[in-house]
Design a protein around this ligand. Structure first.
Ligand SMILES: NC(=O)c1ccc[n+]([C@@H]2O[C@H](COP(=O)([O-])OP(=O)(O)OC[C@H]3O[C@@H](n4cnc5c(N)ncnc54)[C@H](OP(=O)(O)O)[C@@H]3O)[C@@H](O)[C@H]2O)c1
Length: 340
């Protein structure tokens, strides 16, 4: 079968295309014929040795997010049957409830193999069913970007109708967050460096938009747009200077869900005390959240935003293009059908 390996991780061209034998199944594992994989900014961090969590050696398969069809099951598998359409979860050990202590050791494409291959083995617990109205490319966008947006809005302090959500940028997580917040009856404020991208955010459901290049102090604009009150939720991508501004954007007791962080960023404790803001770190989310999200996606007939799809042989070009930041939503790689 065709696969990629992550390689030496010297730069975004480090992935290498390889031929591998069909993976062997253990009793609780499922063999998946992968049809589509989506990229996350994490894949750039991994390819450049900038990811701050455990990663296996150069032979690991890249890309955490993939969707496909069950083609074989181990003798102890009870959750899945051959022919079912499935998508992998990101943290395999996080089924539900609180984040488990080993959640950084069971991330897909960390110590476990990723999905950029024609066939992968996944533990039966690390999969969810694909919503019927989504194709494989759409389903492949869900595990990290979708579940992170869902967890940010509903995982700690669930968003209520009429509340205000502030999303930063127009990448994978932000576009899901706009759609989920809108579907939940919230008011959405979106930021971007580009007016053209902000137009797309409006089509997705943003009520107000702020260009963070022309409004570098966008927290003031976010407060103005809420009549001085502040927003209820911020989904902070963790860019330069964003977190202090996010904290300054929220109403008392508002939630800042922090997805990343730049080296050297500092938060003034007094700023947190003044707003009573809740600043929370994120590690995507659980399978239970994934299933709840899929139910909402199905109910509202939502479709993930795909910026561009690439052929399997162009996977490295897809990763390079992710670094350019020209996309709105997700970048997807199609995986050729396996002939066995
Ligand atoms: N901790 C977690 O659980 C978790 C989960 C998912 C993602 N993440 C992290 O979250 C970040 C976003 O992920 P993603 O998948 O959505 O990435 P993405 O698709 O690459 O999008 C990144 C977006 O960030 C925006 N951006 C960059 N600098 C900004 C700034 N200074 N202010 C506001 N927006 C800015 C850009 O918006 P414009 O182009 O519109 O300007 C771009 O659309 C990444 O760092 C990723 O690693 C963390």
């Amino acid at each position: 079968m065709l696969a990629y390996e992550i390689g030496e991780r010297d730069n975004v061209d480090s992935w290498r295309a390889v031929e591998r034998p069909v993976p062997t199944l253990r009793d609780t594992q499922v063999l998946i014929a992968v049809h589509a994989v989506s990229l996350n900014f994490r894949d750039v961090l991994l390819a450049t040795k900038s990811y701050g969590f455990p990663v296996a050696g150069p032979h690991i398969i890249p890309c955490s997010d993939g969707a496909g069809v069950v083609i074989a099951t181990g003798s102890g598998v009870t959750r899945w049957k051959v022919g079912e359409r499935v998508v992998g979860t990101f943290v395999e050990s996080w089924i539900g409830g609180r984040q488990p202590h080993d959640s950084f050791e069971t991330q897909r494409c960390g110590l476990l193999d990723g999905m950029l291959a024609q066939m992968v083995v996944v533990d039966q617990n690390g999969l969810v069913a694909i919503p019927e109205h989504l194709d494989f490319a759409e389903a492949a966008t869900l595990p990290v970007a979708g579940v992170t947006a869902w967890n940010a809005l509903f995982g700690l302090k669930p968003l209520l109708p009429g509340e205000t959500v502030l999303t930063l940028g127009t990448g994978g997580v932000a576009t899901f967050a706009i759609q989920f917040a809108r579907a939940a009856g919230a008011h959405v404020i979106s930021t971007s460096s580009s007016d053209a991208k902000l137009e797309q955010a409006r089509v997705l459901g943003a009520d107000d938009t702020i260009n963070y290049r022309t409004h570098p102090d966008w927290q003031l604009e976010a407060r103005r747009l809420t009549g001085g009150r502040g927003v209820d939720h911020v989904i902070d991508i963790g860019g330069k200077g964003t977190t202090a501004r996010s904290v300054a954007s929220v109403r008392p007791g508002g939630v800042v869900s922090l997805l990343g962080g730049m080296p050297g960023e500092r938060i003034d404790p007094m700023a947190l005390l003044k707003t009573s803001a809740i600043l929370r770190g994120m590690n995507v989310g659980s399978r239970e959240m994934f299933e709840a999200m899929n139910a909402a996606i199905t109910l509202h007939g939502l479709h993930p935003v795909i910026s561009r799809t690439y052929a399997f042989e162009d996977a490295k070009a897809a990763l390079r293009d992710l670094t350019k930041g020209e996309h709105v939503g997700k970048i997807v790689i199609n995986v050729p059908a396996i002939s066995r």
